[in-house]
Design a protein around this ligand. Structure first.
Ligand SMILES: Cc1ncc(C[n+]2csc(CCOP(=O)(O)OP(=O)(O)O)c2C)c(N)n1
Length: 254
């Protein structure tokens, strides 16, 4: 999981929803230090069924943390329909109400609505008005990942029946209708972005790609969590080195 201190990008963890209490804690710390920065985090609607979601909501409300919490409701948590997380009983935005937090539901495929709701919530947090929960109602047209086959658990036609369209196409049509954008500009932007993504992929691949061995010094796997490596992780590292050397006698830790 990546992070970038220069851009205030705090890494998420692989454990779903843990970023929520972390964002609330970060926002509380910012407020306590008298810093003007606010925090924001995203979870999927499936992850909103995790305990961490509720712990975060409680702390955000009690401490009036300057935080904007987003639920991206794309209606699928891998193969679990959003109903498993309670979608058929109430909206996800509605959950905020029980905590005394402002809850907003937006058409997540309307870029301008998302922008407006986010700006409102961010300004509110900055003015010490309290936390906001924004539910972005959307749809996951593709699989959850390249290893997921949605054909195994939902109708093949569902994707075509989704009525709210593609957010990029909608914004494009809207801006062209306003005379603020054109098909030519859009085509040029598409080409530019394809090049940008290709270049970024090349750059990222310098760090190593799956199946081509380790590119980072082995020991870094155990670092950067604790200031000083605790004994049990040191033991794990030594054990991992021994096991790798049994499997690949040529291998040496960097
Ligand atoms: C605590 C935990 N349980 C299970 C997983 C495995 N897992 C990864 S993504 C995912 C589904 C998440 O669905 P949702 O929260 O709706 O987000 P989406 O991926 O649809 O945006 C699951 C179960 C995990 N990473 N962490």
């Amino acid at each position: 999981m990546y992070s970038c201190r220069d851009y205030n990008f705090f890494t998420i963890s692989g454990n779903l929803a843990t970023q929520y209490p972390q964002a609330v804690g970060w926002a509380m710390a910012s407020a306590i230090k008298g810093d003007s920065r606010i925090a924001t985090a995203w979870v999927g609607e499936g992850s909103s069924a995790e305990g961490d979601f509720h712990a975060a909501m409680t702390f955000a409300a009690v401490y009036n943390a300057p935080v904007v919490m987003n639920v991206v409701n794309n209606q699928w948590a891998i193969s679990s329909f959003s109903g498993f997380a309670g979608a058929e009983r109430s909206t996800f935005a509605n959950r905020a109400v029980g905590y005394g937090i402002a809850g907003i539901r937006v058409d997540g495929n309307d870029a301008l609505a998302v922008y407006a709701a986010t700006r409102w919530a961010a300004n509110r947090a900055r003015a010490n008005g309290g936390p906001t929960l924004i539910e972005h109602f959307t749809y996951r047209a593709e699989g959850h990942s390249t290893s997921d086959d949605p054909g195994a658990y939902r109708s093949a036609h569902e994707r075509e029946e989704w009525p709210l369209g593609d957010p990029i196409m909608r914004l494009k049509r809207h801006l062209i209708a306003l005379g603020e954008w054109s098909v030519e500009q859009h085509t040029a932007m598409d080409a530019e972005l394809v090049d940008l993504v290709k270049a970024a992929t090349k750059e990222a691949e310098k760090n190593g790609i799956l199946g081509h061995g380790l590119h980072h010094p082995f020991h870094t796997m155990f670092e950067d969590v604790y200031k000083e490596l605790p004994w049990h992780l040191e033991e794990q590292a030594e054990q991992a080195i021994r096991e790798r050397q049994i499997k690949w006698p040529e291998w040496k830790p960097e």
